[in-house]
Design a protein around this ligand. Sequence first.
Ligand code: G1P
Length: 298
Amino acid sequence: MNNKVTKAIFPVAGLGTRFLPATKSIPKEIMTLVDRPLIQYAIDEAREAGITDFIFVTARGKSALEDYFDSAPELEKSLKAKGKTGLLEELRHTDMESGAIAYIRQREARGLGHAVWCARRLVAPNEPFAVLLPDDVIAGRVGCLKQMVDAYQEVGGNMVATMEVAPEQISNYGVIDPSGSNGRLVTAKGMVEKPSAKDAPSNLAVIGRYILRHEVFDALKEQKTGAGGEVQLTDAICAQIGKSTPVSGYRFEGNRFDCGSKAGYLQATVAFGLARAELHGEFRSYLESITHLPRAAE
Ligand code: G1P
């Protein structure tokens, strides 16, 4: 069984309605934490985990994403002429060698499972692949996907990132029905997408990092709709349990920010701002000063 993970799918076709009106003209994945777009954090995490082939499932109105990973010769020339080597170095992070990145269009918004299925022809039958949801930004000493890839070498199967969430939050997530655990690994005997709090089998939420086997496309092919009337990735993964591919949850080490919600995005902005050496002093003293003022920005 081939357990080497070098390919990743990034579903980036979502409309980003929670961030309207900004997302009327910019893809939500281009929204920035400090000075880097959300997608850059996901790409860096994937690279750290050994990913070399990047598949973006996009949609109409997402061309800014394609431009972001293209070369920018005029900009580079002008930075070079001005001797701005630091900025040039920053730009290097956005470089993608020709052929490393593929764009597939999802023609209709039919859910995460459908978006992943759109990339089926770019994944070989014996090849495991990762899926990263760029809304979930995870800060950690070692990237979340790298942690998972390392664990995956031992256990294989399908693997999802997981963390405990508060009971009142659980209905926003895919949820694991656990049958046992071993260190950071949790064995799943079932999974359910967005259950009500009272029906949730546990408080272990699926977070947007997955390592999956090709068999998941067999279930996705059926295009069965689930929660919210959408084709759910969680359901397709769950369908493999007891059939072909065991599923484990991986309790990653690190802090996860839900940048698909305004509160989570603001929290991430503060956390990543404080983590930057050049902002630390000024930003921290500002935050300390406004925590005493009830409405600093009004
Ligand atoms: C998606 C998945 C869900 C997962 C969540 C993590 O939901 O469908 O299983 O728990 O991402 O962020 P969404 O947030 O797109 O509704």
